[in-house]
Structures are given as C-alpha cells and as structure tokens.
Design a protein around this ligand. Structure first.
Ligand SMILES: C[S@@+](CC[C@H](N)C(=O)[O-])C[C@H]1O[C@@H](n2cnc3c(N)ncnc32)[C@H](O)[C@@H]1O
Length: 292
C-alpha cells in the first residue's frame, strides 16, 4: 500500500522558483542538486558530480543518440551533461519555469539546445508515446512525488523493451521507521523549506513498487557517505558565500542554510540513507558495466 500523506507538506515549487543565483553559489558548475560520487574520497564537488553521472551512464549503458527521460530535472545539470558529453536526446520535467529558462539559456550557450526538451509540467501529466524512450532517471526528485507506483507504471509504458529505470534517492533504513522520523524535531522544518519530504520511503519499498510496476531490480548501491560529503561541501560553500547570498535573498538564505544543516545532521545520525537503484524493463541479462 502506498503511504498516504499524514502531515502538512511544504511547497517544493517555492524552493525551485527561487533565483538560481543563490544555488549557483552553493552547487557545482553544472548545478546538480543531488549527491555526487567520490571514488577516491578527495574529489571536489565538480569532479564528484561528473563521476556520479558517468557511473549512472555506465551502469545503465547510455549510448549517443538514445533518448533519456529525466523526471524532476532541476536546473538540468544532469540533462545538459548527458546531452553534451554523452550526446543523448534528453526530455526533462520540472515544475519550475525558472529552472526551465535557466537550463535552456545554458544549453543555447553550449550549442546543445536542440538535444534538450525541458517541459514545465508535473511528471504525472507527462505525455509520452509508448516505448519511446531508452532510459529514465529520477535523481533525488521522487521524494517530492506521492504517486510512485503510477509513475513507475508510466515509465514502464514509455520505456523501450531494453530500457533501464534509475532512481537515486534519500530513504529510511526501513519502512517501519517512517512514522518515527516524521515525528522528529526538525522534520517539519526541512519539509517547510524543501517540500514534500513526507513522501520518503525505504529502498526496499522503492524496489517493491518497481516490481509491482513490472520492473526487475538489478542493482542497488548505498551511497549515503557520498551524500554526506556532498552536503558538507554544499554547507562549506554556503559559509563561504554567506554575506553575498544573504544580501541577494535575505528571507530564503537562512531557510536554505537551515535545511542543508538539518539534512546533513540526519545523514550523520544515519536516520537517512541514500541509495542508487537500477531496474530493467525486461530480463535481458543485465551486466554491470561500471568498474567497482
Ligand atoms: C532536488 S531537485 C533534483 C534535480 C535534479 N534531478 C538534479 O539531480 O540536479 C527535484 C526536482 O524535482 C522537480 N519536481 C518535483 N515534483 C515534480 C513533479 N510532480 N513533476 C515534475 N517535476 C517535479 C522539482 O521541480 C525539481 O526540479
């Protein structure tokens, strides 16, 4: 059974409609708003985000010319990277026209606008012909979406038979802890700023929903330590640019900083974990391509 909303949830649209200038100071060069991957441990934010995106590409077998669906694409850091470096055609969904405009301006500057199709629309209303895309990614966006089963069913219809579904998301260590964490101090504060975090589930539950939609899960990896490091690097950058950011967005900046600090605290206490999980549409002898 899907977990039903039980708490007042914040509005994630407010978070993502905030001027990108604030997030440009905090995030990496590509504006990825999700965990990086630290293969050696001493990578900077830019390197870690590229390593993460390449790891996902290798795991799923992204190929030039393929169509990638990015559900909850943010400022399109990943979408633009896959369009430019992996030469894919990317369809991205976001609720924010501010994010879409930012992404398309950057894409035009890099000469990749024709490979990027950013739609301001809820993923639930996505109109996608059957078997029209090669891969689907959700990078830390499905937390905002209550209707996970319907979404996975939609992805299943839209994917070609060899297609891969890839989810990177924060989660509880087990689903039975959901209510406990929701009642903790700080939860509502995070939710007020970030929006809809009440819809976090465990990775086991995420895989169960994938299976129910017809997918076969073939890989999962705990990247909690990587997300801890990413959050710590975001936090350092917030400190570095605090005066400038506060002057630009006096109301939003303290909320953003509080949200990042609380998120980092829950990761340090291991109340929150982060997993990357891939599933295939049909059993097709999936082989992990990424070196360990
Ligand atoms: C944490 S950001 C992740 C951004 C991006 N995936 C990345 O890695 O940089 C979450 C994104 O999900 C989008 N989002 C949330 N709910 C959505 C919905 N129902 N339909 C489409 N996008 C949604 C937000 O607009 C935002 O762009």
């Amino acid at each position: 059974m899907p977990i039903e909303p039980q708490v007042e949830t914040g509005d994630s649209a407010v978070h993502y409609d905030t001027a990108p200038v604030l997030f440009e100071r905090m995030l990496d060069r590509n504006m990825n708003y999700s965990s990086g991957f630290y293969a050696q441990g001493d990578e900077d934010l830019d390197q870690a985000q590229i390593l993460k995106m390449d790891r996902v590409a290798a795991t799923c077998g992204f190929q030039p010319g393929q169509t990638l669906l990015d559900m909850g694409c943010g400022w399109s850091g990943p979408a633009r990277y896959y369009a430019e470096v992996h030469q894919m055609n990317v369809i991205g969904y976001t609720l924010s026209s501010v994010q879409r405009d930012f992404a398309m301006e950057k894409a035009r500057e890099r000469g990749i606008a024709e490979r990027l199709d950013i739609r301001v629309c809820s993923v639930l209303d996505a109109e996608l012909p059957d078997e029209s895309v090669d891969h689907v990614i959700f990078f830390e966006s499905i937390i905002h979406m209550w209707e996970k089963l319907e979404l996975f069913q939609l992805c299943h219809r839209a994917l070609r038979p060899s297609g891969m579904l890839f989810v990177q998301e924060s989660n509880y260590d087990r689903n039975s802890n959901t209510d406990k964490f929701r009642s903790e101090r700080g939860f509502q504060a995070v939710d007020d700023v970030f929006g809809n975090t009440a819809n976090m589930v465990s990775t086991g539950e995420m895989m169960r929903l994938m299976e129910e939609a017809g997918f076969l899960a073939c890989y999962t990896e705990n990247i909690s330590n990587h997300y801890k490091k990413t959050l710590a690097q975001w936090s350092d950058r917030l400190d570095l640019h605090a005066a400038e950011m506060e002057a630009a967005e006096p109301e939003f900046f303290p909320n953003l900083r509080r949200y990042i600090m609380l998120a980092l605290a829950t990761y340090r206490q291991e109340g929150t974990l982060c997993h990357m999980t891939a599933a295939q549409k049909t059993p097709n002898n999936w082989i992990r391509r990424t070196p360990v």
